[in-house]
Design a protein around this ligand. Structure first.
Ligand code: JDK
Length: 300
């Protein structure tokens, strides 16, 4: 297995993805404005050794240390919940740092305008490129990965979450209205690697909820770097099927019993039962996850 298979390399897009190419990186790098807004977790001083450099010795090499996340949005308050949901342990340990930046801080007009009417006509408004350009210039470097949530993006999956967890700087560009002027995406792709990512085939009102979901999915993988190797455990236990059902005490509740096999102490039987449950459930609700031949008789 080559390193390229599980380490994100700056310029090669994963097969079939809509990641855009990396261009020359001559434009403004590490230029920081003093205009950061709400800082959710400004943890510094995590040991740089935490940034694993040799990801190729062992099997699942991802989750390589500190991940910085910048979020650009016109609704910075939106991300306050990250304090509750995700950042606790990871933030304490200094392995995850999240900064929320208000796009309006990168405007210069009195009304801090971020939108304008669409060229070509049509309903709604489009986000103007200028504030986005300034925001990106203030935080992007060639080692950054810029993620634009978009209903037109590539699907977000666990494997994409795993990939993002390997990167050390993620920038989420959260659009609103009818989206962001496409030249912003092109510009970002001329500086570093860019992904347009969809949370699913439904239309949200903006990128924030999608970014939040992705940050949570990525964050729990980064979390796994420390102490208990959550990532490795999860990897070895995920077989690509839907989960088996879980039960806890009491053994009988409102007339419903926990499946007897789970109380049997027979670990082989339990493992077999769980796989059977996974297969049945997957065939019922997500036959698309099964290999094509197993769907041959799935008419009913
Ligand atoms: C980012 C703005 C809202 C609403 C236009 C789209 C077909 C034309 C954008 N997975 C997922 N779903 N939705 C998003 C997402 C929505 C966003 C933004 C991400 C920024 N919006 C919006 C309507 C349109 N409309 C459907 C017809 C575009 C991500």
């Amino acid at each position: 297995m080559s390193c390229g298979e599980h380490r994100a390399s700056g310029s090669s897009a994963p097969a079939g993805s809509s990641k855009l190419g990396t261009g020359c990186a001559h434009s403004p790098l590490w230029r920081t404005t003093g205009r950061a807004s709400a800082t959710l977790a400004a943890q510094r001083g995590a040991p740089s050794s935490a940034t694993v450099d040799s990801g190729c010795e062992q099997r699942p090499a991802p989750y390589a240390g500190v991940v910085r996340i910048d979020i650009v949005t016109i609704f910075p308050e939106f991300f306050g919940v990250l304090d509750i949901s995700l950042l606790g342990k990871a933030r304490e340990r200094g392995i995850l740092e999240v900064n929320v930046r208000d796009l309006r801080d990168f405007t210069h007009d009195k009304h801090r305008t971020v939108d304008d009417t669409p060229y070509g006509g049509g309903a709604g408004m489009v986000m103007r490129p200028e504030p986005w350009g300034e925001a990106l210039d203030a935080m992007v470097s060639p080692t950054s990965t810029v993620i634009f949530p978009s209903a037109a993006g590539m699907p977000f999956t666990q494997s994409l979450a795993r990939e993002f967890a390997e990167h050390d700087h993620l920038i989420f560009g959260c659009g609103r209205y009818e989206g962001i002027d496409q030249r912003v995406v092109e510009y970002a792709a001329s500086v570093t690697s860019v992904y347009e990512v969809s949370l699913g085939d439904y239309v949200l009102n903006g990128g924030e909820v999608a970014a939040m979901a992705m940050i949570e999915a990525v964050g729990r993988l980064v979390d796994g770097v420390m102490g208990n190797p959550l990532s490795a455990v999860e990897e070895s236990h995920s077989n690509g099927l839907l989960e088996y059902p879980s039960y806890t005490k009491p053994a009988e509740w409102r007339g419903r019993e926990v499946p007897a096999v789970l109380l049997s102490g027979n670990h082989a039987a339990i493992a077999e039962w769980r796989i059977t449950q996974q297969l049945a459930r997957t065939r019922r609700v997500r036959p698309d996850l099964l290999p094509p031949e197993s769907n041959a008789n799935s008419v009913s």
